[in-house]
Design a binder for this molecule. Structure first.
Ligand code: FEO
Ligand code: CA
Ligand code: CA
Length: 640
């Protein structure tokens, strides 16, 4: 097993793998473990499901109730207003018969009338700059009067698809690299509904592309810190670009938060002898990038020449969606991690709370509390610039504690260092290593948060990148966890600023058709709604949780009967889960948001055909393209 991923070590297209597939390559699957022993170990930790049930033996874990009143999982009066969709492997979107869908925008569609219709083989950096970016993930919709502005992250590019016009299927020229950088970042576009059809308003003054080369302002405790100073920016306050934007958030003052996730995969070293500092290794910075080639034509991505440059990525970026000339702000106060999303809550005392997951095996769950308070119509610039970060510790008895990350608790020099080396700070306070925390969602009906823990095949096998143990237990109860789970917690007294919380599990995903042990999943999982790898989660206004998956779509063995990636809806009151949508081949279902009237749901379809098995959305022999689709009820009613 190579200690650092080297594209040359693997098959020709290995650098075109998804993050998970990369993880498989870098960290091969452990040999089959003694699963019964693991389950016994989990059971022996009494109360790990918050005392909801007393377990009598291994057989009780399969089909267990998690956080639910027994028997409620199949409640007679469902709140779901649709019939379940069956799992399938069709190369299209499947929604209930009472719904319809259309494509709103695809990778490369021009946002301005001087752009060119998409043609993969002749796509250039210039044409990509005028079109929708690639691999859309998190998104949200904003209103300016009666105009609606959609903002979407363009997380990464599938190199084999983007450079399919090259024999190497890799970037070869400076324009190839610039094209890739231009496909990253964020797309802002006005959208409009005519009849039942939505479209992008070309040439709207709101339309904007933010890319890996756009001007950014660095704010917060790391701004101007020595760790952020580079040859190009000795002030440490301005940086170029945002990339690997995965999930998102929105503030009550109307700004969009784009969250930088796998930022490491774009850096490389021209000097093979360069000794990578431990602080960079913690973020999986390596000698080789994942095949993007950015350092070939932009030396700031060469860590042997500019070792501080990776410290300028991995942040939450705040963007004003209504001002196409505004400078995005990197909010270092929210920490430098592989950010998934940023779930913003205004506490009862007015302080701004942001919950955030760090998506890598054994990384932590975080909370930020602002120093200042939010006043509607008041100044907001400081609210995400000055505050305290916390990392979560989950205890076996169903309680938990937020651990402050300060110079006193971590022994680190100052808050700037904590903002940059946030993972190291989390390790120092003994936060709980989690099964890859993805999106966090807040229940609109009560002070209760949910986080998708997508999976973690290293659970109980090896430590995280910082050497912190990853024992089986607590909210991470299964060794070599390949299905994932959703944990939820309630702040003590309903106060989001409280140090203490109680937690339980909403669902353990699994496959009850294949397994009869813990891998079958919790009792609210059955043959008709099973899935793997929950990722995006978002509540609607009715308090239902929309769950998107980014998991295995082999439909075989452990994943037999689960079909393509999908979107399901969960009821936090009854525990019922029902499948709403199945995506096309090899996609994940990514971002989710609603129109102002809640009658249209916009859904992200990311990386269809990432392994060559899809022609979504245009069919025939076309190049597969990530897209945003608009979903409506046939009767025009509200959705969520
Ligand atoms: Fe980009 Fe953690 O998903
Ligand atoms: Ca994700
Ligand atoms: Ca993903």
């Amino acid at each position: 097993m190579p200690s650092e991923f080297n594209p040359a070590d693997t098959a020709p297209h290995s650098f075109d793998l998804s993050f998970d597939a990369h993880d498989e390559v870098i960290n091969p699957k452990p040999a089959d473990c003694d699963f019964d022993g693991v389950v016994e170990g989990a059971l022996s930790r009494r109360g790990f499901l918050n005392g909801v049930l007393t377990f009598g033996g291994i057989s009780m874990l399969a089909g267990m109730d998690v956080g639910l009143a027994s028997g409620q999982a199949q409640a007679a009066s469902s709140r779901f207003q649709f019939d379940a969709v069956a799992a399938n492997t069709l190369d299209t979107i499947t929604v209930p018969a009472s719904f319809q869908w259309q494509v709103l925008v695809r990778w490369g569609d021009p946002l301005w009338s001087d752009g060119k219709e998409f043609d993969r083989d002749s796509l250039t950096a210039a044409t990509q700059m005028r079109g929708f970016g690639d691999n859309n993930d998190g998104m949200d919709l904003f209103a300016d009067g009666n105009r609606q502005i959609l903002v979407a992250n363009n997380e990464y590019t599938n190199r084999r698809i983007m450079y399919g016009n090259r024999l190497s299927q890799a970037p070869e020229t400076v324009d190839d690299v610039h094209k890739g950088k231009a496909a990253h970042g964020i797309s802002v576009m006005e959208v409009r509904q005519r009849g039942n059809t939505w479209s992008v308003v070309q040439d709207s003054p709101y339309n904007r592309r933010i890319t890996a080369d756009s001007d950014m302002e660095i704010t917060g405790p790391a701004a101007g810190h020595d760790l952020l100073k580079t040859a190009a920016d000795p002030s440490g306050t301005r940086s170029l670009g945002t990339w690997s934007n995965c999930g998102n958030g929105r503030t009550p003052w109307g700004t969009y938060l784009a969250c930088e996730e796998n930022f490491n995969s774009y850096f490389s070293s021209s000097d093979p002898q360069f000794i990578i500092p431990d602080a960079l290794k913690r973020y999986s910075i390596a000698h080789n990038d994942w095949g993007y080639g950015w350092a070939s034509f932009d030396e700031r991505f060469d860590i042997s020449r500019h070792p501080n440059e990776p410290n300028r990525a991995g942040y939450v970026v705040e963007i004003d969606p209504l001002d196409a000339n505004s400078v995005p702000k990197k909010r270092t106060a929210l920490g430098r991690i592989k950010h998934e999303n940023a779930e913003v809550v205004v506490n009862s005392d007015g302080r701004v709370i942001v919950y955030m997951g760090d998506d890598e095996p054994g990384e932590f769950l975080y909370k930020y509390i602002s120093d200042g308070v939010y006043v509607e119509g008041g100044e907001t610039g400081h609210l995400l610039s000055s505050g305290t970060l916390y990392a979560a510790r989950f205890d076996e008895d169903g309680s938990g504690r937020w651990l402050a990350l300060t110079p006193e608790t971590t022994g680190m020099k100052d808050r700037g260092e904590i903002a940059v080396h946030t993972r190291l700070a989390g390790s120092k306070v003994g936060a709980t290593t989690m099964d890859r925390p993805e999106w966090v969602a807040t229940n609109p009906a009560k002070a209760e948060l949910y986080c998708a823990l997508t999976k973690n095949k290293k659970r109980g096998i090896e430590p995280n990148k910082g050497g912190d143990a990853m024992p089986v237990g607590g909210p991470n109860p299964r060794q070599a966890n390949k299905y994932g789970q959703i944990v939820r917690w309630r702040p003590q007294g309903g106060d989001h600023s409280a140090d203490r919380f109680d937690w339980d599990l909403f669902v353990l995903a699994g496959n009850p058709e294949v397994h009869s042990d813990a891998r079958a999943g919790s009792k609210n999982i059955n043959a008709g709604n099973m899935f793997n790898a929950p990722d995006g989660i978002t509540f609607d206004d009715n308090g239902l949780l929309w769950i998107r998956t980014d998991g295995k779509y082999s439909n075989k063995m452990d994943f037999a009967g689960q079909g393509n990636n999908q979107m399901l809806v969960g009821d936090p009151i009854t525990g019922e889960i029902r499948r709403f949508m199945v995506g096309p081949n090899e996609c994940e279902i990514s971002g989710l948001c609603w129109s102002g009237d809640r009658k249209t749901m916009f859904v992200g379809i990311q990386h269809p055909g990432e392994k060559g098995g899809s022609h979504f959305p245009d069919g025939g022999n076309s190049v597969p393209r990530s897209a945003i689709i608009a979903v409506r009820r046939n009767d025009g009613g509200r959705i969520g």
